[in-house]
Every structure is written in C-alpha cells, then in structure tokens.
Design a protein around this ligand. Structure first.
Ligand code: ZN
Length: 312
C-alpha cells in the first residue's frame, strides 16, 4: 500500500480519528501521527456503543504477516469491534512463483485457521490461473474443506484473461464470489513500478463482468491506495461487481463517493486488517442506519446465501 497524506486523513471526523487512536498497536507508522488528533475527537463510550450495534462481516481479512500467524490478534480486534465473521485468505504474492505447490500451501494455512476458529474465520481459495488445471482442482479441494469463494487473487493473471474463463464458469456454478486484488498505483500519479502489467485494472473488471453477467466479482480494497474515484466511476454500471471499502488509505469522502457510483447494494465492508479505520470510516461516512447495515453485513450475507453459506 502507498502512503497518503495522513494530515488530510485525520482532518475528517471523530470516527476516523478514533481509528488512529484505538488501533495504534496494529498500525505501525500511523501511530506516529497521534499528536495530530485533538483531544475532543477521542471517542466517547457512545461511539463504541453505536459501533457494537451493527452486525459485521469483514469481507477482506488476512491472518498472517509473512510467515507469521496472528489469528489471536485478529480475533481480539474483531471482538472489540463487533465483527462476527471474517473472510480470510492468504494471497500468492507477485514476487513468488505462485506455483501449485505455493498456493496449496497457502490454502492449507487458511484451512488450518478455519479449523481453529470455525465460528469466526471463513476461507476463500487462492490460485494462479496460469496453472489452470491445478487451479480448478484446488477450488474443489478447498470448497470441500469449507471455503466459500475465491480470492484474494493476485496479479499473476488479469481477471479478464481467457485463462480465467473456465475458473469463472466454475464459480458461477458454485454461486460463489471471486475477489481479486486491484492495482495500487494505477493512475494515481503514474503506474507504480512495483505493479506488474498483468495487474487487473478497473476496466478489466468491467470487461469480465460484462462477459459473465451471472458471475459475482469483488473489486478489492478501494482504500488500498488506488485511484478510487476512477475505480468507482469505471465500475458504475457493472452491476455484478461488488466493491470492498477496505484498506489503510481512508481518504476523506471515499465511502460517500462510492455510494454515488456503486451504491448501497454493492458496497462491502472490509478492513484488510486496518480494523479501526475500516470501522471508523463507516461512521464518518454519511450513511443511514439501513445503509450501514447493508454494507456492514447484509450485502455480503446475501452473497453467501446464494451458495447456502450465509450466517443466519
Ligand atoms: Zn490486496
């Protein structure tokens, strides 16, 4: 993720600022900005009461950093914020070869975490579409082990590459969502040098969504440092693309902008492990109670319901 102007970030509301304060131990460098938060913005009991009022499914979570597992810490934050269910995955980094052996290992890790906390963690399967046959087999293996969708898929293959076609068709049959990482640097200023050209752009999602209107896609983390205005505008008419609002770059007005273009039925709450910001910006956004309920919980649960994996 790229850095943003943190001063602008904290200038918004009490709820966002609360994210910086309460999430400090999880947020590394952001903690250094603590002095920018006026005392008046420290959350009162009332805000946390409001936070706990809403059931939540985190549509974008991970329980590892490198080779370190930190399930307990994730559950600790989830408990504090009333997140009952977290959709977890262990993506295949672009720098690795992303061989079948690599992705099976990553999925095994997720299956192990699901077994440890079956009521809290639900997994989604990762693979590399360059190994199409092995990817299709891996989907079967992981669905059998209790996973309920695909992702977070990384940057080895563009989402609209024909290599994906049989994979997407399989997920259509399964009535399951496909979540793919989006680029970080695209059109933010210039293409970020760390991004391979096989990264999926917003228009690649729009393209594949049009080809497969019955498929369901999750455009990952508009708070991940991307040009979210461009992404939202590009995906405006892609009605089978859901957009998750996770990430550590919670720019002022991002959710309200996304509401204008994507709307309350296609936005998904998620943190991508920036837990307090992820919840905080849902409260700094101008949302009605009903809209907040949809984004926090109902939209994702409706997706799960299609495959019979809903929470209630
Ligand atoms: Zn990502």
């Amino acid at each position: 993720m790229l850095k943003i102007n943190r001063r602008k970030f904290v200038s918004n509301t009490a709820a966002s600022a609360a994210g910086l304060l309460l999430g400090n131990s999880h947020m590394g460098s952001a903690f250094k900005e603590r002095s920018l938060i006026p005392d008046a913005l420290i959350p009162k009991e009332g805000l946390m009461k409001e936070v706990m009022k809403y059931p939540k499914i985190d549509s974008h979570a991970h329980v590892h950093i490198g080779d370190r597992t930190y399930t307990d810490k994730v559950i600790y934050y989830a408990d504090k914020l009333g997140i009952s269910k977290l959709m977890i995955s262990r993506p295949i980094s672009t720098v690795s070869e992303a061989t079948p052996e690599n992705f099976r290992k990553n999925n095994d890790f997720v299956i192990k975490c699901m077994k440890q906390h079956p009521d809290r963690f639900t997994g989604t399967v990762v693979f590399n579409a360059n190994y199409q046959k092995e990817s299709l087999e891996e989907i079967d293996r992981c669905i059998d082990a209790g996973m309920v969708g695909a992702g977070e898929l990384y940057r080895q293959v563009k989402i609209n590459d024909p290599l994906y076609y049989p994979i997407i068709e399989k997920l259509i049959d399964l009535k399951m969502l496909i979540m793919q990482h989006s680029v970080v640097g695209y059109s933010r200023v210039t293409w970020h040098s760390a991004e391979p050209k096989t990264s999926s752009l917003p228009e690649d999602f729009a393209d594949i969504a049009k080809r497969y209107p019955e498929a369901m896609f999750q455009y990952a983390h508009i708070g991940g440092g991307i040009d979210w205005e461009y992404a939202c505008k590009t995906l405006k008419d892609s009605l089978n693309v859901y957009v998750d609002v996770s990430g550590s770059n919670n720019a002022d007005n991002m959710i309200n902008f996304a509401m204008r273009y994507i709307g309350e039925d296609r936005l998904l709450f998620g943190c991508d492990n920036s837990f307090y910001q992820g919840v905080g910006h849902m409260f700094s956004a101008k949302l009605t109670d009903a809209q907040r309920r949809k984004i926090f919980f109902e939209n994702y649960n409706s997706i799960l319901k299609k495959s019979g994996n809903h929470v209630n």
